[in-house]
Design a protein around this ligand. Structure first.
Ligand SMILES: Cc1cc2nc3c(=O)[nH]c(=O)nc-3n(C[C@H](O)[C@H](O)[C@H](O)COP(=O)(O)OP(=O)(O)OC[C@H]3O[C@@H](n4cnc5c(N)ncnc54)[C@H](O)[C@@H]3O)c2cc1C
Length: 396
């Protein structure tokens, strides 16, 4: 009887313990991942051991149906330990979310999700191409279909963990005569493509994402092309899930910097017989800005969860502007929080060594306003913001 009840009503999946386990591994290796600009292999071995790569997949296809809030919380925890691990974890889940939501009617993609859960496959993302920078809604390279096969040759300026991934999910122009904005999303597995190096990844921060550039040459079956136009996937899943998971991990980076500042101020106060140093004001500002950041992200996640099954509200100008501006505000807020933490620690924070160094957090978080450039987002949202009236009440 008890066993039957357990089968019918399984225990909730314990994401807290699993996230703590992987964060502990990520923290241990974060410094060498950063120093050597290498893929955080130990973290991803732990993530696979905890079977966390398929958690967002619906149960009917072998997953755990984890909510976006649950995945975002793991990103936040991982962000405190190793920014690059958190970013890779987030990017993989953005791809999984896109496939899981938009694969209905496509047996190939449903089988892939089952396989992904079983084999804990890691998916990378390719949207940035050639000279087009961060405009994900335009592709240069087309898929070229011959019978039931297609080829794709793409100058992928940046593919994070491209070498370590088991597959790449890429945007492409629908056909050689389609305009750049008429895009499809294509799911490729390792045997379907080769990656010829174009440029390396020697950057200020996020060094462990190994986001090198490659010429991607692919040949695969046409059933690997997602059945829904990319335009829809972009607005309904790609942008909301990307912006919310990224924001969560950036907040995690900020939280780690604030914790270092807390340790520093406490130590300084102890040494001064309980007198807090003047820089404590910066610590207080860091705490305040982290609190605002967390509140804003949590509210945006709740908002997404509440409209995700309502296409009209999801596609509304008002929701789309909100989700884009959340990314802008979260990235600026995360940078501001880390800066306050560094000023609270003074020279100890500015140093690259020592227990209160803020250097790695600052270098990593500085990628956040660039990752889909905030200037580009603000320019895109400008017209939409003019169309919507300014909120007249606090709760609307
Ligand atoms: C850590 C990290 C990992 C990444 N991983 C991947 C990945 O796995 N796959 C992938 O495809 N991409 C990846 N990217 C790239 C990312 O998605 C963006 O394409 C990239 O950050 C955009 O870079 P950019 O600012 O040079 O380009 P752009 O967005 O083209 O911006 C270039 C310059 O033009 C300005 N600008 C652009 N548009 C406007 C506008 N409309 N109005 C005013 N100014 C404008 C910007 O301010 C900026 O100064 C990654 C980026 C980072 C930082």
């Amino acid at each position: 009887m008890t066993a039957l009840r357990a089968l019918a009503d399984p225990l909730p999946f314990d994401y807290t313990a699993r996230a703590q386990a992987i964060a502990a591994v990520a923290a241990t290796h974060a410094e060498t991942v950063d120093r050597d600009s290498r893929f955080p292999a130990e973290t991803f071995a732990a993530i696979r051991e905890q079977r966390l790569l398929g958690i967002m997949v619906p149960r009917e296809w072998g997953g755990e149906a984890a909510s976006l809030a649950e995945v975002a919380d793991i990103c936040y925890r991982l962000g405190q330990a190793c920014s690059s691990s958190a970013m890779i974890f987030a990017m993989h889940h953005i791809k999984v979310a896109c496939i899981a939501r938009h694969c209905h009617g496509s047996p190939w993609h449903q089988d892939l999700l089952r396989r992904l859960c079983r084999e804990q496959l890691l998916l990378a993302s390719s949207t940035t191409e050639g000279q087009q920078g961060g405009n994900a809604r335009a592709s240069a390279a087309p898929v070229e279909v011959v019978g039931e096969r297609f080829t794709l040759d793409r100058q992928a300026t940046v593919i994070s963990y491209g070498v370590a991934a088991d597959g790449v999910v890429t945007t492409a122009r629908r056909s050689p005569d389609a305009p750049p904005s008429d895009q499809v999303l294509v799911v490729l597995l390792k045997p379907d493509y080769t990656l010829d190096p174009l440029m390396g990844w020697d950057t200020l921060g996020m060094r462990g994402t190994c986001s090198a550039g490659f010429a991607l040459h692919a040949a695969a079956d046409t059933e690997q092309i997602m059945p829904v136009p990319y335009e829809k996937i972009h607005a309904q899943t790609m942008v909301p899930v990307a912006h919310l998971t990224w924001s969560s991990l950036w907040a995690g980076i900020a939280a780690a910097a604030v914790e270092r500042a807390r340790q520093f101020i406490r130590g300084a106060a102890r040494q001064a017989g309980g007198q807090v140093p003047p820089a404590a004001a910066h610590y207080t500002k860091a705490v305040a800005s982290l609190s605002t950041l967390r509140g804003m992200i949590a509210a945006a996640i709740e908002r997404y969860e509440s409209v995700r099954d309502d296409e009209t509200r999801l596609m509304s100008l008002e929701f789309q502007s909100m989700i884009n501006l959340t990314k802008v505000e979260a990235s600026e807020g995360a940078v501001e929080t880390v800066m306050h933490a560094m000023r609270a620690c003074g020279l100890s924070g500015y140093r690259n060594d020592g227990p209160h160094s803020i250097g790695r957090y600052l270098r990593d978080v500085l990628s956040s306003p660039l990752m889909i450039n905030n200037d580009r987002i603000l320019a895109n949202v400008a017209n939409a913001s003019l169309m919507s009236p300014v909120a007249a009440t606090l709760s609307s």
